[in-house]
Design a binder for this molecule. Structure first.
Ligand code: GAL
Length: 378
């Protein structure tokens, strides 16, 4: 199975943690459709940790919690599929999951077969309780191979948080995406920290095995399993833009049954999603090293068909007036070329610019997302 663009969907962990059950999952599947999420490209519904009984059955198979999932997982998967969605589940490469449930160490092939028999399309695979004598790359290879041979296409989402130099071996394992950073929580500090860490991995990102910066916190507003301080709507917009720009999977973490209008307008912006899902999937690069303001990031990315995306992220606590010079984008002063620049969040094409573009004043923790078209300079 080849995955050409970053997966998009929803995961239960950020808001619900261990409080998951059949009813929640089925209502969430309905909410995907009612809110236009499926239409916008979000198609994976993923159940995270805490879905299983504490013991395997007499044949060594994982068993869904009888109280949370009384009809079993095939029933839930069938419902999710009936809505046109794909169904995801969670396990772990160690002996226990991070929350202490049975995990797949030494059960890789049997678990992959079990997931396939339930109709699972996506497996998030964590890294807790790794036996001391085992190496990460070997554990992920085992599950990667088991999934590739289970008879069903299953997207393999590795979650070893970037530790043990994951970036050096993860592409060997069959993973389609890999968590390049630690866990997110619902705060601006967490968004900023994960973004800064991600800059180390710009050159690792690539089609078929995407850097995963963790699930989105947009719309959580300080409620739920990973709640801390919460963010303002503008901070959520910056967070979403940056994850989209850097090509991270877009896995929603809020309660999609109860989204407010601002949350929907952020998560459903088609032009931002198009930058995330761009067919060329090029790596981002720095195009405006503001050495006097390290917290102001100006990044570019070439898009399919010749356009250029530029994202300006003011991570600092004060206002900024950044700019970018077109020669850093491959357009030198004698090229005869200019850029027609569209401000995506404004929904406005700003005009044609030569040599350099100075952004509007950008308030603390906010961002600008531009789509630039190469045109002849007049
Ligand atoms: C963490 C993982 C989280 C979540 C949690 C479940 O290791 O990074 O995203 O899956 O385990 O226990």
């Amino acid at each position: 199975m080849i995955v050409r663009t970053p997966p998009m969907g929803w995961n239960s962990w950020n808001t619900f943690g261990r409080n998951i059950d059949e009813k929640l999952i089925m209502e969430t599947a309905d909410a995907f459709i009612e809110n236009g999420l499926l239409e916008a490209g979000y198609n994976y519904l993923v159940i995270d940790d805490c879905w299983a009984e504490m013991q395997r059955d007499e044949n060594g198979r994982l068993v869904p919690d009888h109280i949370k999932f009384p009809h079993g997982m095939k029933y839930v998967a069938d419902y999710v599929h009936s809505k046109g969605l794909k169904f995801g589940m969670y396990s772990c490469a160690g002996s226990l999951t991070c929350a202490g449930y049975p995990a797949s160490f030494e059960y890789e092939f049997i678990d992959a077969e079990t997931f396939a028999s339930w109709g699972v399309d996506y497996l998030k695979y964590d890294y807790c309780f790794r036996p001391m004598n085992q190496q990460g790359h070997a554990l992920y290879k085992r599950m990667g191979l088991a999934l590739a041979n289970c008879g069903r296409d299953i997207c393999f989402s590795a979650c070893s948080w970037g530790v043990d130099r994951t970036n050096e071996w993860i592409k060997q394992t069959g993973a389609h995406l890999w968590r390049s950073t630690g866990d997110i929580n619902d705060s601006w500090a967490s968004v900023k920290q994960l973004l800064e860490k991600q800059t180390e991995y710009f050159t690792t990102n690539g089609q078929g095995c995407f850097n995963d910066m963790d699930m989105l916190i947009v719309g959580m507003h300080g409620k739920g399993n990973v709640a801390v301080a919460g963010c303002t709507d503008e901070e959520y917009r910056t967070h979403f833009s940056a994850w989209a720009f850097l090509g991270s999977p877009l896995m929603i973490g809020c309660d999609i049954r109860n989204m407010d209008e601002v949350t929907k307008s952020i998560l459903l912006n088609k032009e931002i999603i198009a930058i995330n899902q761009d067919g060329a999937y090029r790596q981002p690069f720095d195009c405006g090293n503001h050495w006097w303001a390290q917290d102001v990031k100006v990044w570019a990315k070439f898009l399919e068909g010749g356009d250029i995306a530029v994202g300006v992220f003011n991570l600092s606590d004060g206002p900024a007036d950044p700019f970018f010079s077109f020669d850093t984008l491959g357009i030198d002063r004698v090229s005869g070329k200019a850029l027609e620049i569209r401000d995506i969040w404004k929904g406005e094409t700003l005009g044609v610019f030569k040599d350099v573009f100075r952004t509007e004043h950008i308030a603390a923790h906010t961002c600008k997302m531009y789509r630039c078209k190469v045109v002849d300079a007049k």
